[in-house]
Design a protein around this ligand. Sequence first.
Ligand code: HEM
Length: 406
Amino acid sequence: MAALDDLAFDPWDPAFVTDPYPAYAELRERGRVRYFEPTNQWLVPHHADVSALLRDRRLGRTYLHRFTHEEFGRTPPPPEHEPFHTLNDHGMLDLEPPDHTRIRRLVSKAFTPRTVERLGPYVHKLARDLVAALVEAGGGDLLTDVAEPLPVAVIAEMLGIPEADRAPLRPWSADICGMYELKPSGDAAARAVRASAEFSDYLRAIIAERRKNPGDDLISGLIAAHDEDDRLTEQEMISTCVLLLNAGHEATVNSTVNGWWALFRHPGQLAALRADHSLVPSAVEELLRYDTPLQLFERWVLDEIEIDGQVIPRGAEIALLFGSANHDPAVFTDPSRLDLARADNPHISFSAGLHYCIGAPLARIELAASMTALLEQAPALRLAAEPKRKPNFVIRGLEGLAVEVG
Ligand code: HEM
């Protein structure tokens, strides 16, 4: 497809998706905000603006707590998309206060620093076992052998999803996440709708079972939760579980493979990391910045705002370019350089403000665990074949990452 507008920014162009960072640099140079006709959104590429707007209460992830679709000048989604929207719109990520506050408070109890810290030994053991199997096999696909099974097992364990039921979790999540891309196709929407219906039915049954036989898992905890008499409704519980299961692995999987793909392309940095494992924490942060796993998040303008003299009215939609913010030279010295020892790294990959990633501490433990296990147990890990990038722009990942060991 030819470049849209007169910009190199073209989320449907595979060349752009392969390396969007030069197009972001152009966008940043051309101003603080720019209307993008193909998606009817205002693009915001600078770190300072993305960071400020994520905290700005005049914007929201939804408008339905204040306006109907019609009042907001938007057409309601088609009725055949209903299973997706019912599921999506009752998860905290797509709610604003007071519902967001009530649900986030309940879920936060499972993600306190102490609870997450206690999971550390389990996560590290899982990572070591997965890497041991990869080494034993002489190599394999880092995506399916390590990156996927680790966070899927962790979040499924937390929620108490039996091992025998876990196989459909990945495909359900992938199909639902297809709806978060810009202008999803009719096919993608149909897949998301079907996955939403199946995933919801599955969780409805599990919740009913846990009501009868509570355990010490998070689903039982949510059922039992009393919070100043605010319980979760059945739909909120289903939506919360799906959100946790999907958000709990999707970006971690991609961060792991995007990260190793970046390391393989920077042998000097990989050698430095192999020589000094104390770099792991800063390497995790730098890889999250360098190839940002979630490239764009949207916000609705609930009350008129102004950016650099440009008035953006109620009803408009803003696209916050996380990948661009993470490469903004106003904040990061030499932003296109991978520097695993980067000390000052206020990347925005986990967002900011009300919706700041609740799973960030867990994601950090998971990413450090798989990196450490791979460094220690597979010190000669190398690329076996050039990976293919997924065509998705918003959720950035690879189709696979073939590696050899030994
Ligand atoms: C590298 C891994 C991860 C990345 C990059 C990531 C990124 C994000 C981002 C950017 C948001 C906010 C989006 C916005 O502001 O519109 C978010 C929210 C969220 N994330 Fe993560 N995430 C990761 C891992 C996880 C994990 C492991 C979990 C759970 C176990 C999780 C659960 C959530 C939840 C529940 C929300 C919604 C929070 C709210 O709306 O208040 N995430 N994440």
